[in-house]
Design a protein. Structure first.
Length: 344
């Protein structure tokens, strides 16, 4: 680096009660340091904003350690190598990794593997697609559906959050595998896009009324639900549980309807449907499949190239907009995968 650089960062100032607001964050600026032997300095280009980030802000045991007070907020992202003292990375390489909500990420050699830092090929997909279908949401959808759901041609797959990052991959992949696919999304525009652009067989607008999901499942899943990919939890999960087919598989990916609750999350009331229908419910945490990401990227990038799969991103610009951008995930304002563009 020929001249000193400064790094603007977003740090967790205090843990939220309910929805996170700008008060939960602290903006700091510090000098950018040169990497030590074996380390890499990455300039952040774009960051992935995901519902899981709300859970990472909470104290307590989970599948990943919480973000500590005062620490840079955790976030996956795509960047460009600005300086390198590691032979595996050259200046100018495009990389994916846990970069954090900051303009530059300094990754020491001992943290490269844990960070997931890896070179990516922009010929396989755009930066947005590497944060969507080829990134953590796509990996979640792929392994959740294929490994946990184990779809068979002709089966009925229901996916909630169908217009979101994970949902769009799950539904399109299920169609490619020969399944009938019914989405659940909020609003007529999202439902129209899911059916007309992504090729779902039907989409239920949960905002259309209190009985919309129940009536929609009755109309579109007359033989029951073989696979349910759950991104929202709450009442929608309960409603789908009441429509399971025998031997159904339920993939628990997230519960976005519950993340901002100030009271304990209420479990499903219809869980005995698992017993009656000999069904199985299993959680999916994408990091468990890290050593297999390559096989998913190879398959999904092929579908993007041949047009069998589409990828939609909702891009917000500027690191200063992070607090408000993150809240869009929980109000349903985003349309597609939410991406924060940090720099060119």
């Amino acid at each position: 680096m020929s001249s000193p650089l400064s790094n603007r960062q977003v740090r967790l100032a205090k843990r939220p009660e309910g929805a996170a607001t700008r008060d939960n964050w602290q903006f700091t600026t510090e000098p950018v340091a040169e990497p030590a032997e074996g380390g890499v300095l990455v300039k952040t280009l774009s960051l992935s904003l995901d519902p899981a980030m709300r859970g990472w802000m909470n104290e307590g045991k989970s599948y990943i350690a919480p973000v500590e007070i005062g620490a840079v907020m955790r976030a996956g992202g795509v960047g460009r190598v600005a300086a390198s003292r590691n032979p595996a990375f050259a200046v100018g390489d495009t990389v994916y990794g846990t970069l954090g909500v900051q303009e530059y990420a300094l990754v020491p050699q001992e943290e490269i593997k844990r960070n997931g830092l890896a070179r990516i090929d922009l010929r396989a997909g755009t930066i947005g697609q590497w944060l969507n279908v080829l990134g953590m949401p796509g990996m979640t959808g792929y392994f959740g559906l294929m490994d946990v759901g184990q779809p068979k041609p002709g089966e009925t797959v229901v996916v909630s959050g169908a217009a979101g990052a994970v949902g769009q991959t799950v539904g399109q992949l299920a169609k490619i595998k020969g399944c009938r696919v019914v989405g659940i999304a909020g609003g007529a525009a999202k439902c129209d896009w899911v059916v007309k652009e992504l090729g779902f067989d039907a989409c239920i607008d949960y905002k259309a009324g209190p009985s919309a999901v129940r009536e929609g499942l009755k109309a579109h899943c007359p033989k029951g639900v073989d696979i349910y990919f759950d991104n929202v939890g709450g009442d929608i999960l309960d409603t789908v549980l009441a429509k399971l087919a025998r031997g159904a598989r339920i993939i628990i990916c997230g519960a976005i309807s519950q993340y901002n609750n100030t009271t304990p999350v209420q479990g499903p009331k219809n869980y005995l449907s698992l017993l009656v229908n000999r069904a199985r419910m299993q959680g999916i945490v994408v990091f468990d499949y890290a050593d297999r990401y390559g096989e998913a990227v190879a398959e999904l990038s092929g579908y993007l190239k041949d047009g069998r799969m589409k990828s939609r991103e909702d891009v917000v610009e500027g690191i200063d907009t992070f607090p408000e951008a993150l809240t869009r995930l929980f109000t349903g304002e985003n349309f597609g995968k939410l991406v924060l563009k940090v720099s060119d």
